[in-house]
Design a protein around this ligand. Structure first.
Ligand SMILES: *[C@@H]1O[C@H](CO)[C@@H](O)[C@H](O)[C@H]1NC(C)=O
Ligand SMILES: *[C@@H]1O[C@H](CO)[C@@H](O)[C@H](O)[C@H]1NC(C)=O
Ligand SMILES: *[C@@H]1O[C@H](CO)[C@@H](O)[C@H](O)[C@H]1NC(C)=O
Ligand SMILES: *[C@@H]1O[C@H](CO)[C@@H](O)[C@H](O)[C@H]1NC(C)=O
Ligand SMILES: *[C@@H]1O[C@H](CO)[C@@H](O)[C@H](O)[C@H]1NC(C)=O
Ligand SMILES: *[C@@H]1O[C@H](CO)[C@@H](O)[C@H](O)[C@H]1NC(C)=O
Ligand SMILES: *[C@@H]1O[C@H](CO)[C@@H](O)[C@H](O)[C@H]1NC(C)=O
Length: 647
């Protein structure tokens, strides 16, 4: 007698669009995130290191690479990394922010599965929870063009990541305690370049050669001005867009933004200051690094060159001069200008106004009066199982002018629509807005209140497409956004103390979910796992159990006195005594009767139809299974589901 091989592996074919070809190269990273002592401003403090480094290692990649980053959290707190500017197409649960990704518990690891699909450019990663960003844990990400795609400038002699940011001597727990106490943070203590204080970093160049600098502002709030003594910089790329190659003697980098410039070592062969200073602050914070001409031994001397300080018009004019080079290639060989964003009609206008105020005596920040409150359970999970907990549309499309209140703001948007978003800033500080999962066209910015007439000054031809934009004090910034990436995406201020100034933008409901089990770690309040246990009536012995995540109202109706599952199934026409006669079971080598394969399969299919297809049978094209091992009645059946590519 051939024992039936049971237990299930079910493959599911949904009728879904074009599938992803998985032939793009893979790059593997294993990162250990630890605390360590760092002295960036001369005093020892607790920093967050990745593989012992501060800042963390750079990620090098080429368009379409798959990046598999296994992150071990050796901190004593939950931890997440987010990938500023990486679009994670249809994978918002890899985004690494509260709400869409389950935090990595202390002592555990999680593997991010990213693909830098159709992207080029300079970006960075950073820790998104608990003010960890104030302690480090950030690093550069660069996505190079594929070999045969033309890049609109010659290969530089070298390519440096330059992470600049404001910095506090207080550790992240102390800073977080200030914020949790409802107070504002003081002015930062200094500015770091690649995690080092004054003259702590040196970049070596050779006379006559040209270098690429990838500058990202990974700080907590301040706009920084970047300049190199005696040298001009040619801007070539902004967050994945090749720009018109304009020359600047200094560049404003707002918090969260990334720029690539070329710099040619064509000055006197000595050391020159690299200067980074804060904008719009009093006092002005300044730090320096060194551009060292190889072979020279004349150190930097004298005061570092000054830069703009509080002038807003200077910055606004510079921002407007940053344009897309329409004839240059982006991630694909066709020119960046072949997408005529200015000729597409927008179908919706969303006006988002930021504000600050006191709620119950505590400092809070809001968008359209809503101050974001995170939920214990990732919204992504709540959305997936449709268990409520938040409301789509809990934030309005325009400022209400009312007082600040707290809610979990989720904005619903429709896949494939083309929309306009206006960021309105009535405050007297510079704001910086970032949208995960997308790149958008910054079509306009100006002082004053936005009105319909403001559209007349939009740049509908060669605005730059990027993921982070500044909004000047008492000003507005308008963006156009093609909603081409399904998922739940974080739209946030990059001013880190104002994190409650954020919302989640839900683009349609149809994102496929990968590997639900990665949410187990943070789902204690929700998962909501249904157990159906069938017992034998007389002996009370459990016969079979099925578990799947759900909410209570979806609990299937089961007759009160569940009969012997295998016996019942036998009555439906499967008369093999293996499933009902203990003796036959013994002869076949089993300690007791085994469950029917089809019964097991049935449970699995039932879960799949219920969970992935939401009960819609027409979505199933073909189901097949393979029975590998036997299942005894009473054993737990766990159905795990994940899409493969887009299947
Ligand atoms: C991470 O680093 C810590 C401290 O060096 C070490 O104790 C731990 O074993 C490391 N974990 C992994 C997974 O490498
Ligand atoms: C944790 O790391 C181990 C060893 O590298 C790996 O096999 C495992 O898949 C990782 N777990 C997760 C959840 O990524
Ligand atoms: C963080 O700073 C606070 C306040 O200065 C201090 O009490 C605490 O020990 C520090 N924590 C660490 C781990 O350095
Ligand atoms: C635009 O890119 C092209 C390459 O396609 C390059 O030849 C040209 O110099 C660039 N123009 C400017 C103004 O940067
Ligand atoms: C955009 O709207 C204008 C005016 O309503 C209309 O004439 C034009 O055809 C529309 N363009 C597209 C591409 O739909
Ligand atoms: C459970 O899900 C259903 C829809 O499937 C929903 O109507 C119901 O409100 C949810 N129950 C709870 C407790 O959230
Ligand atoms: C269903 O899929 C299986 C496995 O891929 C295949 O062998 C079978 O022919 C398919 N059946 C139909 C009706 O498409």
């Amino acid at each position: 007698m051939v024992p039936l091989k049971l237990a299930v592996a079910v493959f599911l074919a949904l009728l879904v669009v074009n599938s992803v070809v998985a032939e793009d190269p893979y790059r593997f990273f294993t990162w250990n995130v630890t605390y360590g002592t760092i002295w960036p401003l001369g005093v020892p403090q607790q920093g967050i290191l990745i593989n012992g480094q501060f800042p963390g290692p750079d990620i090098y990649s080429v368009t379409n690479d798959n990046l598999i980053v296994n992150v071990f959290n050796s901190l004593d707190e939950p931890f997440l990394l987010s990938w500023n500017g990486i679009q994670n197409r249809r994978n918002s649960f890899e985004d690494g922010v509260y709400g869409t990704t389950c935090p990595i518990p202390p002592g555990k690891n999680m593997t991010y599965i990213l693909q830098v699909k159709d992207q080029i450019g300079s970006f960075y990663y950073f820790p998104s929870l608990a003010f960890h960003k104030a302690a480090g844990g950030f690093g550069g990400i660069r996505i190079l063009s594929r070999p045969r795609i033309p890049v609109p400038f010659p290969d530089p002699a070298d390519d440096y990541t330059i992470l600049i940011g404001d910095w506090y001597k207080k550790n992240h727990t102390a800073l977080k305690a200030i914020l949790d106490g409802g107070r504002k943070l003081p002015l930062p203590d200094g500015i770091l370049i690649n995690g080092r204080g004054p003259n702590g970093v040196t970049f070596t160049v050779e006379q006559g050669k040209t270098y690429r600098l990838r500058i990202s502002n990974v700080g907590l709030q301040n706009t920084l001005n970047f300049r190199v003594e005696g040298h001009k910089m040619t801007l070539v790329e902004v967050e994945g867009t090749h720009t018109l190659q304009t020359t600047y003697s200094s560049l404003d980098v707002h918090v969260g933004q990334s720029y690539s410039v070329l710099i040619t070592a064509n000055q006197e062969a000595k050391d020159h200051y690299i200067v980074v200073s804060s904008r719009f602050t009093s006092p002005v914070l300044t730090t320096t690094g060194v551009l060292h001409y190889s072979g020279s031994n004349t150190p930097v001397s004298g005061p570092p060159p000054g830069g703009p300080t509080i002038q807003i018009d200077w910055s606004l004019n510079q921002a407007r001069s940053i344009r897309t080079n329409l004839s240059a290639s982006g991630p694909r060989p066709n020119p960046q200008g072949s997408y005529h964003y200015g000729m597409i009609n927008t179908t919706r206008t969303i006006r988002l106004a930021s504000s600050a105020g006191q709620v119950n005596g505590k400092q809070r920040y809001a968008v359209n009066s809503v101050s974001f409150v995170p939920l214990d359970t990732p919204l992504k999970l709540l959305d997936y199982f449709k268990v409520g907990g938040f409301k789509v549309g809990s934030i309005s499309d325009s400022p209400s002018g009312g007082g600040i209140y707290q809610d979990t703001s989720v904005l619903g948007t429709d896949y494939r629509k083309f929309i306009e978003i206006i960021f309105e800033n009535n405050e007297d500080i510079v704001q910086s807005w970032h949208l995960d999962g997308y790149s958008f066209w910054v079509v306009g910015m100006d002082g004053g209140q936005w009105t319909q007439a403001s559209r007349n000054v939009y740049n509908l031809r060669d605005a730059v497409s990027r993921c982070t934009t500044q909004v000047y004090p008492k000003s507005w910034t308008a963006i156009y956004l093609a909603l081409d990436n399904v998922g739940m995406w974080n739209l946030r201020t990059e001013f880190w103390a104002r994190q409650s100034s954020q919302l989640l933008m839900l683009c349609s409901f149809t994102e496929l979910f990968q590997k639900l089990q990665r949410f187990r770690a943070c789902s204690k309040a929700t998962l909501l796992e249904i157990e159906i246990v069938s017992y034998e009536k007389e002996s009370g012995e459990p016969l079979c159990m099925n578990q799947y995540p759900s909410n209570q109202t979806a609990f299937p109706k089961i007759p009160k006195s569940q009969p012997f599952a295998a016996l019942l199934f036998t009555l439906s026409g499967q008369f093999n005594p293996l499933h009902s006669d203990p003796m036959v079971g013994n002869i076949a080598g089993f300690s007791r009767p085994v469950l029917h394969g089809l019964c097991t399969l049935g449970f699995a299919i039932r879960v799949i139809i219920g969970r992935i297809c939401r009960g819609d049978l027409t979505l199933i094209k073909n189901l097949s299974g393979r029975f590998l091992l036997h299942v005894y009645p009473g054993e737990t059946l766990i159905t795990e589901m994940w899409p493969e590519g887009l299947r």
